[in-house]
Design a protein around this ligand. Sequence first.
Ligand code: C5P
Length: 225
Amino acid sequence: MNKALTIAIDGPVGSGKGTLSVALSKKLGILYLYTGGMYRALTLACMREGIDLSDEKAVLEVLNKCNLHLKVSAGDTVIYLADEDVTETIIKPEISNKTPLVAAHPKVREEMVKRQKEIVEGHDAIIEGRDIATAVAPNAEVKIFLTASLEARSFRRFEQFKERGIKKTFEEVLSETKERDHLDESRDIAPLEQQKGTIEIDTTADRVDQTVAKVMDILKERQFI
Ligand code: C5P
């Protein structure tokens, strides 16, 4: 059997990772694993339990009992806590802002990475997150690091909030994006950073289809498709 094709997509908030990953995995017909959703769902479970998010032991206990599981397919990751589909609930801003705290715990990351590796084992997959090229799939055939200016990333999130009826000013979104960047880049374990051997794509001026086309060109050049 040929080794499965793994495409790792890392990058900061609002860089377009999600949109790119969904579009690309649909086009290629391969699994899409949204790892951020796992950290978000755990954050939701911890908030419901009312625990201190900075207490690693308490967070781990919640992880072990909350029955977090996923249904992954081409273009979709559906996230459950027991039999509740929380995929929509976890994208709320109050969860986004707290998730970096939960994701900063080394033992939590260790368990998440283990589960993520198990989910894609033996399958062609696009894995999207912050530590994919470094921890989850260091042997990925293609590693992409998406970037975009802070303003462009904040503007995309501002537009997404508007679509979902969430009232925030652009300045508020800009400041939250900066804060999440800071938390994700400054943590001790698996901080978000671009690795050697990754291909950087700046999406500031791109539409989604242009970014998808760039990655398709890379895959063709390297004869993966
Ligand atoms: O990708 P998304 O923005 O939904 O991720 C939410 C949060 O989960 C990030 O801000 C980061 O703190 C955390 N995360 C992580 N490692 C990943 C994916 C997400 O630490 N692989």
